[in-house]
Design a protein around this ligand. Sequence first.
Ligand code: FES
Length: 641
Amino acid sequence: MVKSVEKKCVVRFEPSGLKTEVAKGSTVLEAAHKVGVYLSSVCGGDGYCGKCKVVVSDGHFKSRPTGLLSPEEIREGIVLACQTKVLSDMTLIVPKWHRLEAGQILTDSDAKRFGDIRGDTDEGALELDSLIQKIYLELPPPSIQDHTADHERLYLGIRESIDAPIIQTGFRVLQKLSPELKKTDYKVTVTVGSRGGTLELVDIESGDHSKTNYAVAVDLGTTTVVAHLIDLTIGKTVDTEATYNSQISFGEDYIRRIIYGEQNNAFDELQNRIVHDVNDLIVTLAVRQKVDLQDITACVCAGNTAMVHFLLNLDSTGIRREPFAASAAFVPAIRAAEAGVQINKRGLLYCLPGVAAYVGSDIVAGVLATGMNNGGGISLLADIGTNGEVVLGNKEWLICASSSAGPAFEGSGVKHGMRAGSGAIEKLRITEDGSIEVDTIGGGHPIGVCGSGLLDVLAELYKHGMIDRTGRFYESDDKRLTEADEGLQFQLSPPSEEHSEIVITQADIDNLIRSKAGVFSAIRALLKATQLEPEDLESVYLAGGFGNFLDINQAIVIGMLPDVSRDRIHFVGNTTIAGAKQALLSRKSFETCETIAQSMTYVDLMSDASYMEEFVRAKFIPHTDLSLFPSVEFDGIGTTN
Ligand code: FES
């Protein structure tokens, strides 16, 4: 019998030079996954988004026919990575738009951009009482008069230093407790961590180690992961770092990733990716700050419900199927090592509580960070990211919803959309003579348009009478408006020798309008459910990466945000990380998160009949009801502000 030998091919990606060996017949996208090369793949490899383009420099391949590549692109050797099978050793060039840059990831220091936020723990607004603490104890050694056992002696000492009605000790710590006490004549450092209503004696070391205690707060974003290293002895952030979520190659939104996990039995792989990202950030911070990983005793994470499930490898399949029940909203503190997170081997991993499958702990952290749960006035928090979650309320009640607005403003589903990074158009203006002025991130030639730029495009085209209130292009003899295979498109930036033109297509505009309508109709639905009007809003907090860079007036002109006095609108940056830090540094704040998550009412917009009606009305610019936008002037064609 002749055994068939599986033929292997070496696939090399330039300019990184990373290479891997795959079975003949594997797709280029699979090879990229294997070697850790990021390729944008919005549709998760189903072949309909057209984002995974790469250039074949060398080698044999077989591509499925697709209408997503122009004849010119095919001539240049461009293929769709997910639709291209590797038939020999190959070399591929990854175009620049795939290459990830730090760009405008909101790390933190953005915290300084929202100094008015109460979560600014570095300013000492909170009493420092962190979830995990190191306490130095000088205990009286046992004597004939006092022969209390070592374990109980330790508990007495701990209770003199910290409020701890119930303390628990693990077996390993119990075993090493007496030897450690005896080593230094009962002068020891204990690490104690809050676990639910109890305090765990996490570790005991002889001598005084209380001056070195660090933790990491992590924002588990669908697109970006941000980590802060915090010195727990003084409650200060000592460094921050961010990276793109490497799960992106399995789909840009988390539903796609769940589908990928189910279809490929790949939830372990999804967990590995996110744990790897978190560990990379932790190690980078630790090395840079010369902190020993053993001195990082806790990691506090906040993120949407799916991301928390991926991190812990909990069953996330219920998130995308009726009745949309997650595995866990309140996750107990676990040993970080059990999830693969590399800190002190006995260190604890905390995930902030979430509300529902589509409103996660990132939003709970946002509420905590803005303090909207404390005031009497009504506030609105809008996190305009992939899903567009909104929360409305005050200290007495909170109501929330997820708009499933779609990630158009993050560049997905938009022909030349891209994330905020070098070369992205972040601002765009159409001047009186009709010419277009753009600002790009980094100042270079435009290679795409990011969220704030896309919002400008929509508003400017409308204000200058180029699209109507439904977003349709008006007929025009403007040479920049052309008919392409997919329909009308408008040129935003002309081609040059080195760069392709940048256009906005009719389909892009439709996607953007759907996204903005999703956000606005969710806000309207919550206002209606509580019988409130926009003027009742004392504060509107805009969170998330995109929220921080958008032009408020343009957002109101297109009808994404309610038309309230501009001074009530606050950019609050990355409230996920701000809230996670606050919860880390204050046990009381952590409990407040639990109260917020428990008491927040979740409105399922999809089963709310009036939401669909609202959504349809919001699909006009700015809305079918112009009286909702009193501060915006309408001149019959376009709009001026
Ligand atoms: Fe290849 Fe979408 S077309 S990932």
